[in-house]
Design a protein around this ligand. Structure first.
Ligand code: ADP
Ligand code: MG
Length: 554
């Protein structure tokens, strides 16, 4: 059994897929028979946890035991949720969502006779937003490990979507823009795809803009209508239960307006009931400023993309991803304002399906490398091009085998920096500022250097303090920004004020930040390396896993 899962671990909804016997990606059903599962966790008791639709419903009844939007806390310093006096970390809660997805998916496969009783698929590829930094990716991987899964890789959601839209393969050379409007986030990514090589050009978006804002706009509209009818003092949402129930209802009405031209909506309050028929045009009008926010962000990304040599005219395809991109207003805006017809295919399944294709490809390649190593009696690490059984390149041999779900060849992904990195120095106004050496959207591995002058005569040392941000500016004020890494260059000789010190930062894809600083006269030198993640120790991981082992996820 060499089955693997692709998992879209979403902010509001998650989805899991595999590659069927015909090589086609298939989304697996959860125990409710649904293809997507709300990313909501309800801690019923210390050892029983409910994930999915039932937990989402309990937001209305048992809000204090129910947790949503866990993904927003992934990789953050303050990533804890308190329930019944117990702390749950974001990776821990995400691991419970993953457990539920994998449990139900295995059950679906068992019922379909794809796997036998007692068998379980554990190899997975999990997706994350392109804007996730190293810490957030590490937290996602940790969530997978805590769920007892074998995480083959973490890949970007838009990359997975592009794979699922069939953008990769022999003879393809396309530039693709992915517009992903989900439940709580909005992401845009421009990628160039050349055969099996996917290179991210730039990304942008807003991680506080998503379908939920459209729901809230509808609630605000209803409150306004209610007050017009019953008076300024009547706000039905002041009642917590009414508001919680309304959140569920507006989402249903919003979805109905995707399929139909009108929907009947109503809100109950202490003064009475307000009922009306809402037309899609009215809904579009109510939410116009939200759609405009996506347009402004899109314009920004298109400007960056044009600077990198990929203006709108060079973009071959616009792919719509995320449940909210089903709203007809999205495609309409793109057609009218950009004169391109976007593609919309399974927007809420595309990411999981693409991840499944990537996972199958990754697994097939890993298995192939292992078998090649075994042929020459070496370990995978020892295998080099020189000692391959009959020469040649691994990737080329693999491509000839036509292994993996993509048909031929290994899928390769080149990412860009999703954060900017700078060092603190004194600016012209005598203020502490962060000077960015590495900026968002630089291709990985990235290197940046800048020369600074020493501040006073006979300065003893330079403290290199590195800050992480999403700022695209050359510099910004340091106040309120905590360094993520620090190193000290101590001068060997007495150097005068203004002595040039060259500082270089290099970041590879695995989260290793290399810092060097060199003083040009006395040749004092500093070389340091930092891991930008505070990875959990094996011991801590084991502890968390044992704690989670006894928990039954329903
Ligand atoms: P995530 O943000 O977790 O990646 P999804 O991509 O699954 O989430 O998108 C979920 C959002 O899509 C929710 O806000 C949901 O209300 C919205 N949505 C799903 N289906 C539709 C539809 N048919 N019409 C409008 N919105 C939809
Ligand atoms: Mg999503």
């Amino acid at each position: 059994m060499s089955l693997v899962f692709g998992i879209d671990l979403g902010t509001t909804y998650s989805c899991i897929a595999y590659i069927d016997a015909y090589g086609k990606p298939e989304v697996l059903k959860n125990s409710d028979g649904e293809l997507t599962t709300p990313s909501v966790v309800m801690i019923e008791s210390g050892d029983t946890v409910v994930v999915g639709a039932e937990a989402k419903r309990s937001l209305e009844i048992d809000a204090e035991r129910t947790i949503q939007f866990v993904k927003r806390k992934m990789g953050k310093d303050d990533d804890k949720f308190l329930i019944d006096g117990r702390e749950y970390s974001a990776p821990e809660l995400s691991s419970l969502i993953l457990k539920k997805l994998v449990k139900d998916a295995n059950e679906d496969l068992r019922q379909a006779g794809v796997i036998k009783e007692g068998e379980e698929v554990k190899d997975v590829v999990i997706t994350c937003p392109a804007y996730f930094g190293i810490r957030e990716r590490e937290a996602t991987k940790l969530a997978g490990e805590m769920a007892g899964l074998n995480v083959l890789n973490i890949i970007n959601e838009p990359t997975a979507a592009a794979i699922s839209y069939g953008a990769t393969g022999d003879g393809k050379n396309e530039t693709v823009l992915v517009y992903d409007l989900g439940g709580g986030t909005f992401d845009i990514t421009v990628m160039n795809i050349n055969g099996n090589e996917i290179s991210v050009i730039c990304t942008g978006g807003d991680d506080t803009l998503g379908g939920k804002n459209w729901d809230e706009a509808l609630i605000d509209y209803l409150v306004q209508k209610y007050q017009e009818k019953y008076g300024e003092d009547e706000d039905p949402t002041e009642d917590e239960d009414t508001l919680a129930a309304l959140y569920g209802q507006v989402e249903v009405w919003k979805k109905a307006l995707t399929a139909r031209k009108t929907v009947n909506i109503a809100v109950n309050g202490s003064a009475g009931r307000h009922k009306e028929t809402l037309a899609r045009e009215q809904f579009d009008d109510i939410t116009k400023n939200l759609l405009n926010r996506t347009k402004n962000l899109l314009d920004g990304v298109l400007r960056t993309s044009a600077e990198a040599g990929y203006p709108l005219e060079k973009i071959d395809k616009v792919l719509l991803v995320g449940g909210s991109s089903r709203m007809p207003q999205v495609a309409k805006m793109i057609e009218e304002d950009y004169h391109v017809t976007p593609m919309l295919q399974d927007p809420d399944e595309a990411v999981a399906k693409g991840a499944a294709i990537f996972a199958a490809n990754e697994k097939a390649f890993k298995d192939f490398v292992l078998s090649e190593a075994q042929k020459v009696g070496k370990t995978v690490e020892e295998l080099t091009e020189e000692n391959l059984a009959d020469g040649g390149k691994l990737e080329e041999k693999f491509a000839k085998l036509s292994a993996g779900a993509t048909g031929a060849g290994k899928l390769a992904i080149r990412n860009v920096l999703s954060r900017s990195y700078g060092v603190i120095a004194i600016d012209d106004d005598d203020k502490e500022a962060v000077f960015n050496l590495l900026k968002c959207n630089m291709p990985l591995p990235a290197k940046g250097t800048k020369t600074f002058g020493t501040y006073v005569d006979a300065q003893e040392c330079v403290d290199v303090q590195i800050c992480e941000s999403r700022s695209m500016e050359d510099s910004y004020l340091a106040e309120g920004h905590e360094p993520v890494a620090e190193a000290r260059l101590t001068f060997q000789a007495n150097v005068p004020k203004g002595t040039p010190v060259v500082i270089a930062l290099t970041l590879d894809g695995s989260g290793l930040l290399h810092v060097s600083a060199e003083e040009m006269y006395g040749h004092s030198k500093l070389e340091a390396e930092f891991r930008l993640t505070d990875q959990m120790s094996e011991e801590e991981k084991r502890k968390a896993m044992t704690r989670l082992k006894g928990v039954s996820v329903e």
